[in-house]
Design a protein around this ligand. Sequence first.
Ligand code: PLP
Length: 367
Amino acid sequence: MHTQWESLANEHILGIAPYEPGKPIEELERELGIHDAIKLASNENPLPPSDRVQRAVIAALHQLNRYPDGSGFYLRQALAKKHGVMAEQVILGNGSNDLIELLVRTFLRPGDEAVVPHPSFVVYPMIVQAAGGVRVMVMLKDYRLDLEAMARAITPLTKIVFIANPNNPTATIVTASEVEHFMARVPAHTIVVFDEAYIEFALGPDFPDTLNYVKQGRKVIVLRTFSKATSLAGLRVGYGLADPDATALMNRIRQPFNVNSIGQVAALAALEDEAHVLECVRMIDAGRHFLLDEFNALGLKFAPSRANFILVDVGRSANDIYQKLLHEGVIVRPMTPFGMETALRITVGTPEENRKLAKALRKVLGR
Ligand SMILES: *Cc1c(COP(=O)(O)O)cnc(C)c1O
């Protein structure tokens, strides 16, 4: 008798749309017959890790025969010191994506609800769904998370609320006072996850200090990553900051070697090299202003960005513009999968990359 693989799968998985990863840049260049293509599609840092980090990585290579430190001892200590918490409050992940999965698998029971903003990071609803949870999607308002509506969406069944701040793909933030009002309305049975992957680009007097909620003993988990401002996306290192009871529960199902040894060494070296992050943030800031001026000159609308990417409305088929930009050697991200037919998400690059994008955009828009 013939049995389909699908009939063997966990039924929760069947409701999830397959993720389509982009092609490697080299493959695209070969297919399109172009060269020197630039990738402004994944919100990566356009600058490589600092020399100091690269030297630390090279020095660690001869130990690759060994398993990593499964407790991430030194890295957790350094992070605890940086954030003024106990090492027990720090949990490491294979990227912060790993931690999203870990916290959902730890806390969300089948049938529990998770409040998820939309459009936002696609990983939240995907993992909630895979765990048999109920996704309660709350639409953004003016490209920003609608914390009022999200608070209203909380029910006795709500276990987790996801807040991406800044949000991806809109790059907008929710402010300290908005978060304060929101937190006052969150009941004790609901865990609030602040995903702050882009915090280094967003800091300012209006940006919330969510770690304070952790320190006050609220049911809050803060997620950070080395993938964006720290230039280590390829090594997959993220971390969570939470109550020691929360991290202890998550540690029960964490794979002991979820963060590789080179990633730990690189992240530790990066923590001692704040100058690199500062330099990147300054460059991205200037690049963001340059691109916004260009978009203004082209009469394009955009969401107010507090991150290293911009959601821009090209006023016509985003897929079409995306394809045309590809032929100019510029890879961006069309927002069609989010139902935004005329929007592109563009990562801020180096000054040279930004100029190339601006020139290509002017050309394909016929200006
Ligand atoms: C890029 C990004 C992350 C980072 O994921 P890692 O697994 O740490 O690389 C997390 N959250 C959001 C919203 C992001 O855009």
